[in-house]
Each structure stands twice: as C-alpha cells, then as structure tokens.
Design a protein. Sequence first.
Length: 229
Amino acid sequence: MTKSIIDEAISSLYNNLSPRETICIADLGCSSGPNTLLPVSQLIRTIDKERKNKDYESLKFHVFLNDLPNNDFNTIFRFLPTFHESLRKQNMGEDGLFDRPNCFVRGVDGSFYTRLFPSNSLHFVHSSYGLHWLSQVPDGIENNKGNVYLTSTSPTSVYKVYYEQYERDFVTFLKYRLKDLMKNGCMVLTMLGRKNEDRFSQGCSYEWELLATTLKLLIAQLYFNLFSS
Ligand SMILES: C[S@@+](CC[C@H](N)C(=O)[O-])C[C@H]1O[C@@H](n2cnc3c(N)ncnc32)[C@H](O)[C@@H]1O
C-alpha cells in the first residue's frame, strides 16, 4: 500500500538532488530478519530505475539501519552479502570499479526519540510500523483497571496520558529528524491509524484485551501454585 508513496517521494528527491552523487538514507525501527533490507532494496531499485531512464551518473548509497540497542544487528549484517549480491545481479549501484556495489550499509543503535545522526546528514528517512512504540509507559495509568493498554474499559484519564505521551514523543521525533535531514530532505512514515473517531473500530483494542486477560490468568495460576504447594 505504501510502495507508490515511497517511490514517488524518493524519485522526486533524487531528481532534485544536486550534486547527484551520494544519497543518505535511514530506516528507523528497522528490526532484524529477512525483511529488514526490503525497504532499502526498494528505494535503491527505484532510484536506479530513474537514473537509468534519465541516463544520470551512478551514485553512492549510504544506508543507516536504526533500531534499539537490543535489536539483533548481527542478523542484519549476516544478510548483507546476499543483499549486495542481489544488487550486483540486478546491476544496481555498480560503478564498474569495485567488486562490491556502491552501497554502504551501517547499523545505528539508539532510540529514534533521541539524537542519532549529525546535523544535515540525511536525504531520506523511512520508518515503518515503529512509531507506535512510545518512549516510555506514561505516568498516571495506575487506575487502568488491570488493562495493559487502552481498551474499552480504560478511564478517560488513561486515554489522556497515553495521548499526551504520544504527542510528546512524536514532537521529539520530528524535532530530531528536522536536525538530521538536509535541506529539501524527505521523510516517509508509515504507522497504524483509523479512519474514524471511534478508538475501538477495526478491532484496535481486541488483542490488548486478550493479552491482559491472559496475563491475569497467568498471574492467578502462579499465585495458586505458589500458595497451594
Ligand atoms: C514492528 S517492528 C517494524 C519493523 C519494520 N520497520 C517493518 O516495517 O516491518 C518495530 C520496530 O521498531 C523498533 N523500535 C521501537 N521503538 C523504537 C525506538 N524508540 N527507536 C528505535 N527503534 C524502535 C522495535 O525495536 C522494532 O524492531
């Protein structure tokens, strides 16, 4: 669903780039696994197609993959030879001089709610399904009636503190990205949303209610085992 938006954004950025030599891309909240490099591959493929169509010179890709420090970056690095091989096979990012495509991938650990990059160092920021994570559990949720998140039984005061935490976090995120991005840089953020005012439409709270019920059962069972033995 987001492919066309990302393609359009990166193509427009690339066409307006001057000089068109290097492009610095960050994927924030990249996770680790076989899909981690997919967004980056897509971005490189789109730029390369554009480059070949317009007969522009080849360029260097600096790719920064960010996640929290406990993310399994080693797994990502293990996928890199296959990633480079696939770029080479598709003849992408090559400059003919080196035995490795002109794509330099680095891991960047740390929360995207903090400073991660030097000022004006990125052309393009991508983040998919990461901004649902808050920087912390908000204060003031003690009266959440045994829930682990917002559900239909949560009091209004709990909605309010979650909302305020999200607002604070998102503003912090934007503040830092404003520093990271170069002039005319661009950002595509994909996150869950809903189309109407009803917080519980589209089953938004169902899984959290199930999770809370399961946790409560688990704790009750632990207590039972503890005190009956
Ligand atoms: C659901 S995964 C999304 C993975 C991938 N971007 C995708 O679209 O499939 C969310 C990722 O965001 C990371 N994340 C959550 N909070 C973060 C933060 N404050 N800073 C950096 N990464 C964060 C998590 O560790 C997790 O790997």
